[in-house]
Design a binder for this molecule. Structure first.
Ligand SMILES: Cc1ncc(COP(=O)(O)O)c(C=O)c1O
Length: 401
């Protein structure tokens, strides 16, 4: 089938939740490059939205998943699963946590974290169920995670939202303190808001947040679905702040493209889930966990975290050079290889995405007119230079219009 036939088929049979997508069908990928049906190459600075941390066709992932595929794809959680136990061990050994639960997506991991917080207090006979989240956040598309998401546009058509969620302004400790009451079980927060436009939590705010949670006896849940797995130049974003969360959630990069999500919690919070309180048919199956082991081991063994931090600094420096040159660039933000460039409203971020695409570069636009860069962690300096050079040329062209 050619590209136009596939698009026509999609338009007829697939639910139209994505509107008009980019007019392309990718056939295969290698390293950080995707190739479309016609053989055109695109350097990918989106990485499946922070998913393909090892790019495309990385031998460690392909070999681990292929080997597991031949042995055992799935088996029920009624039985013990070697890859599940091993990935849980690896995550615990490399984080604050004591125990792990596997889900299939970010929303599902967050949904589980919300349940865990409620169950923790329920076990103690306390009526603390409310979760405080922040404006402009994104926590998923299930009903509970939509209620947690601090963006009305996603919630409106699906009213009524489940009860027990409150949102407060981001980076505002006073507002948070005021919102806490005897019903509050947890604060759930992204340390860099990804979908919201690469907005970073300030250092003092996060320190204060941890302190408040301890003082008030409420749990701190960090949503690391986008920031986790080395993306920000540390394995997990909370490590930049020297804090100890109670729960973190992961997905996206954890499977490098094989769907998997995870909840990591410290004791005694983790053991609030007892037999029968939570579960998943697919969560933690052998195939997904074999991918997770390959991804995490490769990130650690190949020192991709340090590389991400250094390359991220380099990339951010280059984006800041563009900011010095073009007045319509309002801000450059982010850590590691999770970077954003906010444009003022005189320039359409969407148009820039399309122009970059025509020139063989994949980026996207999110939040308030913010270009987002979340490439595979194996992206090279040369590829970064390639993108920056094209952005420079595009910005130059539109400045002249
Ligand atoms: C911070 C954050 N949490 C949760 C989610 C939801 O993840 P998923 O789409 O895998 O359900 C996302 C997705 O973009 C995210 O960025």
């Amino acid at each position: 089938m050619n590209t136009q036939d596939i698009i026509a088929l999609d338009k007829k049979y697939y639910m139209n939740t994505f509107g008009d997508r980019m007019q392309v069908v990718f056939e295969y990928g290698s390293n950080s490059t995707l190739y479309d049906k016609e053989g055109k190459a695109y350097t990918d600075f989106l990485g499946g939205i922070a998913v393909n941390v090892l790019g495309y066709g990385h031998p460690a992932l392909v070999e681990a998943v292929s080997a597991q595929l031949k042995k055992l794809i799935h088996c029920s959680n009624l039985f013990y699963i070697e890859a599940q136990a091993k990935l849980a061990q690896l995550l615990v050994q490399n984080s604050f946590g004591d125990r792990v639960f596997f889900a299939n997506s970010g929303a599902e991991a967050n949904e589980g974290a919300i349940k865990l917080a409620r169950k923790y207090y329920w076990n103690m006979g306390m009526n603390k169920y409310e979760i405080i989240t922040t404006d402009n956040s994104f926590h998923g598309r299930t009903l509970a995670t939509l209620a947690a998401t601090g963006q009305e546009k996603y919630q409106k058509p699906f009213q009524p939202m489940p009860e027990g969620f409150k949102t407060v302004p981001y980076n505002d400790l006073e507002a948070l303190e005021k919102a806490i009451d005897d019903k509050t079980s947890a604060v759930m927060i992204e340390l860099i808001q990804g979908e919201g436009g690469i907005i970073e939590a300030e250092y003092e705010y996060v320190k204060g947040l941890e302190r408040l949670c301890r003082e008030k006896g409420i749990l701190l849940i960090i949503d690391e679905v986008q920031t986790g797995m080395g993306r920000t130049g540390r394995l997990f974003a909370y490590q930049h702040y020297g804090i100890q969360p109670d729960i973190i959630t992961l997905a996206k990069g954890l499977g490098g493209g094989i769907p998997i999500g995870a909840i990591i919690a410290r004791e005694p919070v983790a053991s609030a889930f007892d037999p029968g309180s939570h579960g998943s048919t697919f969560g933690g199956n052998p195939l997904a966990c074999s991918a997770g082991i390959a991804i995490l081991s490769t990130i650690l063994q190949e020192d991709l975290i340090d590389r991400c931090a250094k390359l991220g600094d380099y990339f951010k420096g280059k984006l800041n050079d563009l900011k010095d040159k073009y007045k319509f660039i309002k801000d450059v933000r982010g850590k590691g290889l999770m970077l954003g460039m906010e444009l003022d409203p005189s320039v359409s971020g969407k148009d820039i995405v399309n122009l970059a695409f025509e020139r063989g570069f994949i980026i996207n636009c999110t939040g308030y007119n913010t270009l987002r860069f979340v490439p595979p962690l194996i992206i090279t300096e040369k590829e970064i230079n390639g993108l920056v050079c094209q952005l420079d040329s595009i910005f130059n062209d539109i400045s002249e219009v």
